[in-house]
Design a protein around this ligand. Sequence first.
Ligand SMILES: NC(=O)c1ccc[n+]([C@@H]2O[C@H](COP(=O)([O-])OP(=O)(O)OC[C@H]3O[C@@H](n4cnc5c(N)ncnc54)[C@H](OP(=O)(O)O)[C@@H]3O)[C@@H](O)[C@H]2O)c1
Length: 257
Amino acid sequence: MRGSPRRGMDTTDVETVLVAGASGGTGRAVLGLLGSRVRTVRALTRSPGKRSSLRRAGADEVVIDDLLDPTDLDDTVDGVDVVVSTVGSEIGQALGSGPYVDGAGTQALLDAAVAAGVDAFVMESAIGVGEEPASPLATAFDLFIGPIQAAKAETEAALRSASIRHTILRPGVLTNGPRTDDVTVAEPGAKLYGTVSRADVARLLAAAPVTEAAADATFEVVGCPAFPDRAAAVDWQLPAPRGPNSVDLDVIDGAGD
Ligand SMILES: NC(=O)c1ccc[n+]([C@@H]2O[C@H](COP(=O)([O-])OP(=O)(O)OC[C@H]3O[C@@H](n4cnc5c(N)ncnc54)[C@H](OP(=O)(O)O)[C@@H]3O)[C@@H](O)[C@H]2O)c1
């Protein structure tokens, strides 16, 4: 869906999605969700050895590149409607001096996406990133992985000022639990804390480009405990399943979000 209005993506408009960080926990969940919903899911990894497993996880195409030393990001984003970035540094890297894939790496991908006219860029960030009032959990994140959080903050800022529709999700502690669709999303500064499954975050990342209230928005997100008094009401919509006779069982009415 190239050249469409910034806020007007429809659930049938997303045809090609690039998932960066596709081999990671959240990335694989995004592949599984989008594999049956968009025509082409392109997975990015640094490791040629992961090609087969990424295809099994739902990727139609696999691109090999390192965002911190990219060879051909123009080709990587060519023909893409939506970029979903779930890349992240390993915790131990916070002890080093960078650069970080959360910072320079994701920004290189963003620059390529903007230059190519990609419609939407969705970023998985983390609670505590940014200047808003933070929960104790967010303060702990900042304490232990401060340089990585700072790199994410730089990328968030670059994304907000770029000429591309964007959504930033800042999850709490990620788990490998099941998808529940029972999450709380809230405006930055809501001071949410708690855990959330990668599968639940993946649903929001996949839904963001076709969800009106997620356009150019940043959300904190946790699963349990929920914070109904702080929650933003968002009617999350997933890209429509492929096939003329498909029934979309996953369109969520937003209750509990
Ligand atoms: N862990 C938590 O509790 C937590 C909480 C809040 C937010 N987050 C954030 O949520 C996001 C997803 O976390 P996750 O645990 O699901 O992911 P993950 O399993 O850590 O996977 C991250 C992926 O990033 C890719 N990557 C790393 N460096 C790269 C580079 N230079 N170029 C290209 N790709 C690179 C890796 O892919 P390849 O190895 O295949 O290249 C890896 O699969 C991250 O941004 C993380 O910081 C995590």
